[in-house]
Design a protein. Structure first.
Ligand code: SDN
Length: 146
């Protein structure tokens, strides 16, 4: 099996890319989040829910999901990434896997809810020197144990 070494530069670029990507998501800018995917990108955030495809489809799915889950409930969600592994592939794509905790705060409630605990599997590509997500699949721990 051919392996391609990860450089510190690539690791840092992926970390910064994902941090900026998740900050726009957590700010509710679903169009900016979907623009971090390739035009034909795929996004599966919850097992059992069909994967969203294309930038337009990803933005629509996030609007729909947020509306169904929270309605007009003024939640603040933050997706915390950690334990990032970056594995460049011989075909030029980059595989990135990280642990994710979703932290939800509500107005006046000091203690946030921390759920779900997930693992995210990304396939990233470089287009014109810019990292983009080609596919993102999120596994939820409570649905994949045992
Ligand atoms: O973009 C992500 C997500 C994400 O968008 C999620 C959403 O709801 C919308 C990157 C990495 C991890 C995630 C995880 C989730 C969790 C999911 C379901 C939930 O909040 O219950």
């Amino acid at each position: 099996m051919t392996t391609v070494p990860t450089t510190t530069d690539l690791y840092t670029r992926v970390q910064h890319f994902q941090a900026a990507q998740m900050q726009v998501l957590d700010n509710g800018d679903f169009d900016a989040y979907s623009a971090t995917f390739t035009e034909d990108g795929e996004f599966a955030h919850t097992p059992g829910r069909p994967a969203a495809r294309t930038r337009k489809g990803i933005a629509e799915e996030l609007h729909a999901y947020h509306h169904e889950r929270f309605g007009s409930d003024p939640v603040r969600r933050r997706h915390w990434f950690n334990m990032l592994c970056v594995t460049p592939q011989p075909d030029g794509t980059i595989h990135a896997t990280a642990y994710v905790l979703v932290v939800t705060s509500r107005p006046g409630v000091r203690e946030p809810e921390i759920a779900p605990s997930c693992v995210v599997h990304d396939v990233l590509v470089e287009e014109d020197g810019q990292l983009l997500t080609r596919s993102r699949r999120v596994e939820h721990d409570y649905l994949s144990i045992g």
